[in-house]
Design a protein around this ligand. Structure first.
Ligand SMILES: Nc1nc2c(ncn2[C@@H]2O[C@H](COP(=O)(O)OP(=O)(O)OP(=O)(O)O)[C@@H](O)[C@H]2O)c(=O)[nH]1
Ligand SMILES: [Mg+2]
Length: 380
C-alpha cells in the first residue's frame, strides 16, 4: 500500500492564480485570528473553495468535438469542456462550455484537409490564446488520430497545458485498418509527438471494437468509441471529484496519472457484475485486462481500484475484487482501493481499474518507428 503523505501545497502550487489566492486566505486568517493557533470554519470554507481540483476536457478536431459534445452533465464548477477545431462548421454545431477556432489564417475556417502539419500550424497560430484557456489541474485531451486537426494540434495543446503545470491525460482513438495505411502512418506520427507532452496516454484502437462485432458499420463503431472515451474520462473525473465511502483523494489519483520515466503509460477498464462469486472474479480481471487496450499488466506499478454499488455492497465482495486484481499485478505494485455508493446501479457492482506502468503497444510502435500491431479480431 502506498502511504505517502498528501502535500496540500503541491496542489495549490499547480495553479499560479490559486497559489496567490491561497496566500491571501492564509493572510486573512492570520489577521482575524492573531491571538489563536486555531483555524476557524470561515477560513476552512474559503480554503475548500481554493483546493477544489479543476479538470478541463478538451475535444480536438471532428472526432474530439463529437465526443465532448456528448459529455454535458458535469458540475461546471469543477469541470469545463472546451472544443478546439480548425473547422468552423464542426465547431459551431458542437456542444461545449468553451470553444476556440484555431488557424483562421492558415485554414480560413475549414478543416486541415487531413494534413497534421496544418493542424500543428493552426494551433501554433493561436498558441497564446490556447495557453490562456488551458488553466486546470488535470487536462484531458480527446481526439481521433489519423486526420489533420486532432493529430496535428493535440500535441501543441498538450505541450501548452504542461507548460501551465497541468497533469495531461490523453485519450485518442486509433483509426480502423480499413481507413488505410496513410491514416495509420499519420496516427503513428501524431502519437510520437503527443507522447512527449502527455502524462497518461491511452490510445484505443477502433479495430478492437470489431472483436465484439465483426460486422460493425464504421459509423456505429465511431459512436461506440465515443462512449468508451466518455466513460473512461467520466470515471476518472468522478474519482477526482467525489469523496467515496472509503476515500481515494486527488493525490492518489494524480500519482497514478503522472508520467514516470521517459514515456507515458496508462491503463483503464470499467466492468459491471451482478455480484455472483465467479462473475465478480471474471469482471475484476476483465477491468484490469481491458480487451480494448490489451495492457501488459505485469508492468503496473501503481493501481487504483474503485468499486461502486448500492447500500448492499458487502465487504466480502469488495475484498474478492481487490484480492483478484492484486493477484494479477506485480507484488511490489502499490494498490489503493475506494468504494462509493451509487444507488442507481441497483444490484450491479461497478469495478474500475486505473493503472500506471503499461505502455500501449501503439505508443511502443511510435517509440520504435514500427508498424501498429495487427488486431487479433475474433479472439474474444
Ligand atoms: N470516436 C469517433 N471517431 C471518429 C469520428 N469521426 C471520425 N473519427 C475517427 O477520427 C479520425 C480523425 O477524424 P476527424 O476527427 O474527423 O479529423 P480531424 O482531426 O477533424 O482532422 P481534419 O478534418 O483532417 O482537419 C478518423 O480517422 C476516424 O478514425 C467520430 O465521430 N467519433
Ligand atoms: Mg475535421
Amino acid at each position: 500500500m502506498d502511504n505517502e503523505e498528501f502535500d496540500l501545497s503541491e496542489i495549490v502550487n499547480s495553479r499560479v492564480s490559486v497559489r496567490s489566492r491561497f496566500k491571501e486566505i492564509a493572510q486573512h486568517n492570520i489577521n482575524s485570528n492573531s491571538s489563536s493557533n486555531l483555524d476557524n470554519d470561515t477560513y476552512l470554507a474559503d480554503l475548500l473553495k481554493v483546493i477544489k481540483i479543476k479538470s478541463l476536457i478538451i475535444g480536438v478536431g471532428g472526432a474530439g468535438n463529437n465526443t465532448v459534445s456528448r459529455m454535458q452533465d458535469f458540475d461546471s464548477e469543477l469541470v469545463e469542456t472546451l472544443n478546439i477545431n480548425t473547422d468552423a462548421h464542426d465547431l459551431y454545431y458542437s456542444n461545449s462550455n468553451q470553444k476556440v477556432l484555431i488557424g483562421k489564417e492558415i485554414c480560413s475556417g475549414l478543416g486541415s484537409g487531413n494534413d497534421p502539419s496544418i493542424g500543428t500550424a493552426a494551433a501554433e497560430e493561436d498558441v497564446d490564446r490556447l495557453s490562456q484557456v488551458l488553466n486546470a489541474d488535470v487536462v484531458f485531451i480527446t481526439f481521433g488520430l489519423g486526420g489533420g486537426t486532432g493529430t496535428g494540434a493535440a500535441p501543441v495543446i498538450a505541450r501548452e497545458a504542461k507548460k501551465n503545470k497541468a497533469t495531461v491525460v490523453s485519450f485518442c482513438s486509433v483509426p480502423f485498418s480499413s481507413e488505410g495505411t496513410e491514416r495509420s502512418l499519420r496516427a503513428r506520427k501524431g502519437l510520437e509527438e503527443l507522447m512527449k507532452y502527455s502524462d497518461t496516454l491511452i490510445p484505443i484502437p477502433n479495430n478492437n471494437l470489431l472483436r465484439f462485432n465483426q460486422k460493425l458499420p464504421i459509423l456505429a463503431g465511431f459512436k461506440i468509441m465515443d462512449e468508451v472515451l466518455i466513460r473512461s474520462i467520466k470515471e476518472i473525473i468522478n474519482l477526482i471529484n467525489n469523496c467515496g465511502l472509503i476515500n481515494i483523494d486527488y493525490a492518489d489519483v494524480r500519482k497514478v496519472l503522472e508520467k514516470k520515466g521517459a514515456y507515458p503509460s496508462g491503463l483503464i477498464g470499467i466492468t459491471e457484475s451482478l455480484g455472483e462469486e465467479a462473475d465478480l472474479i471474471k469482471k475484476a480481471k476483465l477491468a484490469l485486462h481491458n480487451p480494448l487496450l490489451e495492457p501488459d499488466t505485469k508492468k503496473v506499478d501503481k493501481c487504483i481500484v474503485s468499486v461502486s454499488g448500492d447500500h448492499q455492497l458487502s465487504l466480502s465482495k469488495i475484498d474478492r475484487i481487490i484480492s483478484t486484481i492484486s493477484g494479477e499485478i506485480p507484488e511490489d505494485a502499490s494498490l489503493k482501493f475506494g468504494t462509493s455508493l451509487n444507488p442507481t446501479l441497483g444490484s450491479k457492482i461497478r469495478i474500475m481499474a486505473l493503472g500506471r506502468g503499461p505502455i500501449s503497444p501503439y505508443v511502443q510502435a511510435a517509440i520504435h518507428g514500427t508498424e501498429f500491431p495487427h488486431s487479433n479480431i475474433g479472439s474474444l
